[in-house]
Unconditional design. Structure first.
Length: 141
């Protein structure tokens, strides 16, 4: 396992197929960086994800968004849970990370995130939807 973490043996910048970079990760993602640039970017993520209080805060944020959405769902005749949970998670993550999300952009943003995950390894329309979704993000395309 040490071999894969030794930067003398592994280079990330060409490791991912272009279709995956251009849809799921985006150019300049931590998965595509080497050396110091990789270590610095990775530390931004792992620092948060290894901090128990940050993880608790995110969990509370998701729970709060669920409670916020529940009354809206109860007024509807039909709720597509997958789509609604995508909005809950998108809103929670944006709030938790301090990245403002205009309420009007919530549905579009959650659909873009779903499209990127759903289509990164697909061929045809799903892949092109993922590319369009990635292109909608700052620095995405």
């Amino acid at each position: 396992m040490r071999f894969f973490y030794d930067e003398k043996h592994i280079l990330r910048h060409d490791a991912q197929p272009r279709p995956v970079i251009d849809t799921l990760f985006g150019r300049g993602a931590v998965h595509t960086l080497d050396g110091e640039r990789h270590r610095v970017r990775k530390a931004l993520f792992t620092g948060l994800l290894k901090d128990p209080s940050a993880v608790r805060d995110l969990s509370r944020q998701v729970g709060g968004e669920m409670e916020r959405a529940r009354p809206e769902w109860s007024r509807e005749d039909r709720v597509v849970l997958f789509d609604e949970l995508a909005k809950v998670l998108t809103r929670a993550m944006h709030t938790w990370s301090g990245v403002p999300l205009d309420e009007n952009a919530l549905t579009r943003t959650s659909r873009d995130l779903i499209a990127m995950v759903d289509g990164f390894a697909a061929v045809g329309p799903r892949h092109f939807a993922a590319r369009r979704a990635r292109g909608a993000w700052p620095g995405g395309g």
